[in-house]
Design a protein around this ligand. Structure first.
Ligand SMILES: NC(=O)c1ccc[n+]([C@@H]2O[C@H](COP(=O)([O-])OP(=O)(O)OC[C@H]3O[C@@H](n4cnc5c(N)ncnc54)[C@H](OP(=O)(O)O)[C@@H]3O)[C@@H](O)[C@H]2O)c1
Length: 339
């Protein structure tokens, strides 16, 4: 069985990475249709050895699709996804934040909660989490076997590709401009991103938290447990690809780094860089192009034996977004929802 697939937002960072991932993983594709806004009609997108022409999502007839990956922004999701669902029998995997918190829409990292995909059978809509929430869920979920996780304090270091292709151009152009004493005013971010770090991702909302921080709190609670107390600080850094996070995790009982190491070693989609060599750790450059979340610098303050501290690095365009969406599609097939 092969599937008729459309990608809405195929010219963007995530859309292009989904086409690449479908080809790399030999997902059974009967035909692939790249879609974007009318601005990109006729643009080209690679799928394996073939080059496909982009069509306008606004006028596209979705009735013949089996599966649609939605990779444009949340505002457009609210307009386009209801039309896809009402005019076709396709499953939609939504990369945007539009439907993530809806109770009857599963929010899925297949290694963590593939069983919740059965919730999607009625509405045919599955949400893929935020690009930091994915590696955090991947690493926190297996640690739940050590004890109840009470509290997570996390600081993120997020690359500009997480904000889309125009944000990547902004970092590139501002960096170049600095060397010739020119000034390019910020557009994608609130302050210049070249040679800077910005402790703001998304707009400021309740209690001084940003939209990105609230997404991490809400999405982790939905996927892992409503009881976990999470305090994130999200920071944009001048890196093109790869999101990192420094976590301090508090359990309801004493835990040991040795136990955590053993768990991470056997957990799916996690690479543990932690051995006798204490200098082994993963940076964004190390993880770009990789399919797993890398855990390193795992340690414990001897005065807080209920806590573990570690560093996570993950390619936000692969496991942090496109790969996770393609794995959701693969799971829809193996669980026989998509036939
Ligand atoms: N980047 C990440 O790490 C990441 C991770 C998880 C989730 N996400 C989410 O995934 C989505 C895509 O992110 P991205 O980084 O790929 O953004 P991006 O690089 O800016 O790409 C946006 C895509 O949306 C298309 N688009 C814009 N308006 C549209 C419309 N009215 N109808 C159809 N398509 C339209 C764009 O097409 P044009 O070329 O025509 O403008 C482009 O293909 C966002 O919701 C984002 O929050 C991103």
């Amino acid at each position: 069985m092969a599937y008729r697939i459309a990608i809405v937002g195929a010219t963007g960072n995530v859309g292009r990475a989904i086409a690449q991932s479908l080809a790399e993983r030999a997902f059974p594709v009967e035909r692939l249709t790249p879609l974007a806004s009318s601005r990109s009609t006729g643009a080209e997108v690679s799928f394996g050895d073939t080059v496909l022409k982009v069509q306008d999502a606004a006028t596209y007839d979705f009735s013949k699709e089996d599966l649609v990956f939605f990779c444009a922004n949340a505002r457009d999701a609210e307009k386009i996804i209801p039309r896809i669902l009402s005019t076709s029998k396709a499953y939609v995997i939504d990369k945007s934040s539009a439907y993530r918190m809806e109770p009857n829409v599963p929010l899925v990292v297949p290694e963590v909660n593939a069983q919740t995909l059965c919730l999607a059978t009625k509405k045919r809509l599955v949400a893929s989490p935020n690009c930091v929430a994915i590696p955090l869920a991947l690493t926190l979920a297996p640690l739940q076997s050590l004890g109840t996780i009470e509290k997570v304090i996390v600081s993120t270091y997020q690359s500009v590709s997480g904000a889309g292709k125009e944000a990547m151009d902004e970092l590139y152009l501002q960096t170049k401009a600095t060397f010739v004493a020119e000034h390019i005013p910020p557009q994608a971010f609130s302050k210049p991103i070249a040679f800077n770090v910005i402790p703001q991702i998304d707009s400021f909302e309740q209690d001084g938290f940003t939209g990105e921080e609230l997404k991490i709190i809400m999405e982790l609670k939905k996927m892992l447990s409503p009881q976990i107390q999470i305090t994130p600080t999200c920071v944009r850094v001048p890196v093109f690809v790869g999101h990192c996070a420094a976590l301090n995790v508090t359990f309801d009982k004493k835990v040991s780094p040795q136990e955590a190491r053993a768990i991470f070693k056997s957990a799916p989609s996690i690479s543990l860089l932690d051995s006798a060599d204490k200098e082994l750790f993963a940076t964004p450059l190390d993880v770009a192009g990789e399919d797993t979340a890398f855990v390193s610098r795992l340690r414990q303050n001897p005065r807080t034996p209920h806590d573990l501290t570690f560093w996570v690095a993950c390619d936000n365009l692969r496991k942090g977004s496109a790969l996770n969406a393609v794995q959701i599609a693969e799971t829809l097939v193996t669980q026989k929802h998509l036939q």
